[in-house]
Design a protein around this ligand. Sequence first.
Ligand SMILES: Cc1ncc(COP(=O)(O)O)c(C=O)c1O
Length: 414
Amino acid sequence: MKPTFKGTSFSITRRRFLQSAGTTSTVIWLPGMAYAQALEDVQEKLTGVSKWDLDTPALCVDLDHMEHNFSRIRTTTDRNGIGFRPHAKTHKTPAIAELQIADGALGICTAKVGEAAAMIEHGIKKVLMTTCNVTTHKISLAMELCKRSDQFIQAVFQESNARDLSAAAQEAGVIADVVVDVDPGGHRTGIAPGKPALELAQLVDRLPGLRQRGLLCYDGRVQHEINASVRRSQSVQAMEPAADTLEKMRLSGLNTEIFSGGGTGTYNIDHEIPGFTDVQCGSYLFMDMQYLANESLSGDDSYTDFKPSLTVLTTVVNTHIDGMATTDAGQKSLTIHKPDPKVLGESGVSYRTWGDEFGRITYDEPTRTYQVGDKLEVIVPHCDPVVNLYDVMFATRNNRVEHVWPISARGDAQ
Ligand SMILES: Cc1ncc(COP(=O)(O)O)c(C=O)c1O
């Protein structure tokens, strides 16, 4: 798979990520240079180098593993007769979104309007925003996105919001596509299934500025249920009211072309829900310690369906005390430690973040002893917030950097 990279069309200047993008042999120091030019320089200098020569902490993705995960989702959803619409909240990286679409995804999802803007700016037009836009600023931005992409869809779950979106769409001279977000019972977002959701869908259908496309229902509670058979039964049960709602919508003549939801924990369960069209899995392409704790439906006591592809490289900076070492990746590089990161390729070693800047490895019987300057690779606790910390991701194959991908939507929290 050859990704095409559109980042060079950037005109904005951005943080100087360059200090973190050097290698032991190449010092890159371009203060004040425009982002696009600086990025090109980094890409040129670091493509082909060994990942072990990158300065740390560095975010890496193993392409062979990621491609295995792509293929797992594609073949499973194909076999089960549904589609996949991966959640870009996980990677925030247009180059990856492009690969997912080239691999057969129906489009991508985003959580924030800022993420949607970053994707559309980079030519990724098929975007389903799974959160609704309620502030005036976000609604205007969403209408701007409708102008730039006729395949931008956003969620709605309140009548007043539907009316606001319709009015804004009319003012902007667009028709805004929406899906009704249905609450699976977790009460995070969404309208109650049944009559309330049906009436909202009917209202959306009548409003002049909106086009009703179907519904969305995501149950985050079940994704990390460790026991696979409990996960299956809880998920199908939680989604049942949304499926009934979809059927009511169909019977009343409404558009039911989209019934999107699910995630990495239920990608091979969601097709059991009547009317379900596509799974919004995000973490599957990277994996993390949280998801690895799940049992797989096939009986494995780890989530072996997907291979961990995302790692953070870190350097040992202190070995003064026996049985432990200090590293340069703490919470600012790995976020939370629930569960702890895992050091790849080592046994008898545990890793904890040690405040903001440092990590601590403790060991009983490591497979090797550590020296200051040694590099280690860790699987992260939870992939999404870790990716959000880095400007670029080093895509590697056989430990060599093949691409330097800008994480264009990092920090887009709005
Ligand atoms: C609306 C929505 N859809 C899908 C997902 C699935 O993500 P993952 O596959 O990473 O669990 C999430 C994760 O938070 C989400 O909020």
